[in-house]
Design a protein around this ligand. Structure first.
Ligand code: IPM
Ligand code: MG
Length: 377
């Protein structure tokens, strides 16, 4: 049977980066004798325009039926005025939730060829930044209770608001809340993923929390300690998130696996991406209990660059390599794609985001074609 890959191009630069990526998957299929069938689906702003909702039922169903999902990016100024649950981003959040994709893997690697594109000094980044951020993806503040109320007006949520306000007497006005929350079960399953990953890498986990302030972080820390007992070979450190943000810039080479919550992982992965030179280079995999996963670049839809053949498709191409590795169990094929990306960079070609003096400028589509041409068994 053919392998079924659901493909969501999305908005902004999404269609261009995805169109530059499928030829790379095709090249891997050809070199290794596989057949991938793509099922193109709508989600995000494009789906709002067409069907009136960010994640149409048909898209969700077909994603559930697929072996893996490849996604470009969603969102844009056109939909910015929509309320929270109608925004394009809801498509991603609902896909993660509905498919139970609780583990988000975000590798941040500095390619030596790109050390000069990093805003950090070359000696801080070259020869060894290789970080895997393991971000919890279906819990925390992203999925906790939230709401906006008017203090003084009674509503179904007045009790919650009273509770959240605590002893504070607040003047009348609007009041909004988002609850950060974690259960032992959620922490323990993501911690296991981080320790398993660390066993295959540098055997070092840095767990990032805010345990000096938050109860949810204190629970996080103690559950991570308990899970660690099963991995005596792995070195475990805890950092407060503010300190982690600082250490990432000061000495990124000290990190191997960073284990953290949904919100902290969102922020730290954008920070880590800049260390590598461009957010256009960072892929991600979102995994659950089974093999089906969602693969997407960590960057957004960059509407200002859409339609200009300008965007860097490497984050999406590397996401496709992760798809091969984690959902299809095709490690040699994934290696071949990753190697092709390295060879391409060594060839001196650069999309605008990482262009430095003396390098050869290249567009989105051509970049995809060149990488595809370098995929070898
Ligand atoms: C990411 C994005 C998403 C997130 C948005 C688009 C909902 O920033 O994947 O990092 O916050 O998780
Ligand atoms: Mg983000």
């Amino acid at each position: 049977m053919d392998t079924k890959i659901a493909v969501i191009k999305g908005d902004g630069i999404g269609p261009e980066i995805v169109d530059a990526t499928t030829p790379v998957l095709d090249a891997a299929a050809k070199a290794f004798g596989h057949r991938f069938r793509y099922e193109y689906l709508q989600a995000g702003g494009a789906a709002i325009d067409q069907d009136g909702e960010p994640l149409p039922k048909k898209t969700l169903k077909k994603c559930k039926d697929a072996d893996a999902i490849l996604l470009g990016a969603v969102g844009g100024p056109k939909w910015d005025s929509l309320s929270g649950d109608k925004r394009p981003e809801m498509a991603i959040l609902r896909l993660r939730e509905e498919l139970g994709l609780f583990a988000n893997l975000r590798p941040a690697i500095v390619y030596d060829e790109l050390a000069f594109a990093s805003p950090l000094r070359p000696e801080i980044v070259s020869g060894g930044v290789n970080i895997l951020i393991v971000r919890e993806l279906t819990g925390g503040i992203y999925f906790g209770q939230r709401g906006t109320e008017v203090i003084g007006e009674s509503s179904a949520f007045s009790k919650i608001v009273d509770h959240l306000k605590g002893e504070k007497t607040l003047p009348p006005g609007r009041f909004a809340y988002d609850v950060e929350q974690y259960s032992e079960f959620e922490i323990s399953r993501i911690a296991k993923v981080a320790f398993e990953m660390a066993m295959k890498r540098g055997r070092h986990v840095t767990s990032v929390d805010k345990a000096n302030v938050l109860d949810s972080s204190r629970l996080w820390r103690s559950v991570v300690e308990e899970v660690r007992a099963g991995y005596p070979e792995v070195k475990l450190e805890h950092l407060y998130v503010d300190n982690a943000a600082q250490q990432l810039i000061m000495d990124p080479k000290q990190f191997d696996v960073i284990l953290t919550s949904n919100l902290f992982g969102d922020i730290l992965s954008d920070e880590a991406s800049q260390i590598t030179g461009s957010i256009g280079m960072l892929p991600s995999a979102s995994l659950g209990e089974g093999s089906r996963g969602l693969y997407e670049p960590i960057h957004g839809s960059a509407p200002q660059y859409a339609g200009r053949d300008w965007a860097n498709p490497i984050a999406t191409i590397l996401s496709a390599a992760m798809l091969l590795r984690y959902s299809l169990d095709l490690a040699a094929e994934a290696d071949a794609v990753e190697k092709a990306v390295g060879d391409y960079l060594r060839g001196g070609y650069r999309t605008a985001d990482i262009l430095t003096e003396g390098k050869i400028p290249i567009g989105t589509a051509e970049c995809g074609k060149r990488i595809a041409g370098l995929v070898q068994k």
